[in-house]
Design a binder for this molecule. Structure first.
Ligand SMILES: NC(=O)c1ccc[n+]([C@@H]2O[C@H](COP(=O)([O-])OP(=O)(O)OC[C@H]3O[C@@H](n4cnc5c(N)ncnc54)[C@H](O)[C@@H]3O)[C@@H](O)[C@H]2O)c1
Length: 367
């Protein structure tokens, strides 16, 4: 196999998390990098050995002619940068969320339809070991029919000012400067895989503003998602409250079992399964099911996977994406799955404004 697929990165900081995975892949090599902030661009160029460096994104696409571009720029650039690549038939791995307005999500869906490039959203939490194992157990029927899931992303963003310039970063405006569930994909991603139905309608409420009245977002925002068959997902996003981070809190309930993830460092993941636990009150460690149900990808992970960020997610999603680009499988989070994870948060902005009114989530498959 030769490293035929040329990869370009846009947005140096987050892209750097994917560098080792693409370099270690037998079919890809990173050839170009774009960042509008020159000190960051130069620094990453030096650290990685990438020599084709750009401050203008479209120039990079036209001159470096990559097969793949990783869109890791701030959230409000994701659609513009993904579309510019898709219009050139370049494959896109876009950071979360897919877009920041329903209108631009519609444009993105249209661009995907017209392009021969593949689009995948880089929702990495679904590749974490515990999430992958629970997903395999869901598929094997151990939880029965799954009907309730919850996910929480609690991540205080105290450093919303640019380290070099001192000015506010994009997070100040696009994550906590908007009221609603502005960053739900890390929680919704695994829940949607376990519940296996798209969110058809949502309701969003918040706590009010207590710790930091400067921001438009309420301290904790709760998004409830119902599927067409009445299954429920509860998503908590909190980027303002003062407390340690907890970005991987999950729970799942089915007709035959339940899963409760670790909530604090050092705690375990627990399951109760009707067919395995004799005692109705006996929780058992999730890890007990690894021998029988853990998918191959996590059995002997290479050192690059173990060293990668977000519990290995940043490595496995690159492997999965390249498989899709090479036509070996469909993208795990293609455009419609990306919309199922992104649109509920966008609709939530209107719901929270209307006091938690239930609103329909558009189905991008009909666009
Ligand atoms: N999946 C995850 O776990 C995860 C983790 C962190 C960030 N993210 C996502 O990654 C993206 C980037 O986040 P970050 O934390 O690296 O932000 P950041 O602000 O630290 O870095 C953004 C970089 O993009 C550059 N940039 C800004 N506008 C640009 C443009 N038009 N063209 C090229 N470069 C530009 C900036 O100079 C900066 O270096 C965001 O969308 C965020 O949501 C995802």
């Amino acid at each position: 196999m030769s490293k035929d697929l040329k990869v370009a990165f846009a947005g140096a900081r987050r892209s750097s998390s994917f560098f080792k995975a693409f370099q270690s892949h037998p079919e890809t090599q990173v050839v170009a990098l774009c960042d509008t902030y020159e000190p960051t661009l130069t620094e990453m160029g030096k650290a990685t050995g990438i020599t084709q460096l750009y401050t203008v994104y479209e120039k990079m696409l036209d001159e470096a002619k990559p097969d793949i571009v990783v869109v890791a720029t701030p959230m409000h650039y994701h659609v513009a940068h993904s579309m510019a690549a898709l219009q050139r038939n370049i494959h896109v791995l876009s950071e979360v969320t897919a877009g920041v307005s329903i209108d631009e999500c519609r444009w993105l869906v249209q661009a995907c339809k017209r392009s021969s490039g593949i689009y995948m959203m880089a929702e990495n939490y679904i590749y974490r070991k515990a999430c992958v194992l629970v997903q395999a157990m869901v598929e094997a029927g151990l939880f029965g029919e799954t009907y309730y899931a919850e996910g929480e992303y609690i991540h205080e963003l105290s450093s919303m000012h640019h380290t070099a310039t001192g000015g506010p970063t994009w997070r100040y405006y696009w994550q906590v400067g908007v009221n609603g569930s502005t960053y739900p994909t890390h929680s919704l991603g695994p829940c949607l895989q376990w519940i296996k139905e798209r969110p058809a309608r949502i309701s969003c409420i918040g706590t009010g503003r207590w710790t930091d009245r400067e921001h438009t977002m309420e301290d904790t925002v709760q998004l409830s998602c119902k599927t067409a068959s009445e299954k429920l997902m509860r998503i908590r996003v909190d980027m303002l409250s003062k407390r340690p981070h907890s970005m991987t809190n999950y729970a799942l309930q089915g007709t035959k079992g339940a899963f409760e993830s670790a909530r604090r460092p050092g705690e375990g993941n627990w399951v109760w399964l009707e067919d395995y636990c004799k005692d109705p009150n006996e929780w058992v460690p999730l890890e007990q099911f690894e021998a029988e149900f853990l998918p191959e990808m996590w059995r002997n992970p290479p050192p690059e996977a173990l060293a990668a960020g977000h519990g290995g997610g940043d490595y496995f999603e690159v492997m999965d994406f390249v498989d899709a680009v090479q036509g070996r499988k469909a993208p795990t989070i293609g455009i419609h799955e990306a919309m199922d994870m992104t649109l509920p948060g966008l609709v939530s902005q209107e719901s929270i404004r209307r006091g938690g009114e239930w609103l329909d989530v558009p189905d991008s498959r009909t666009w």
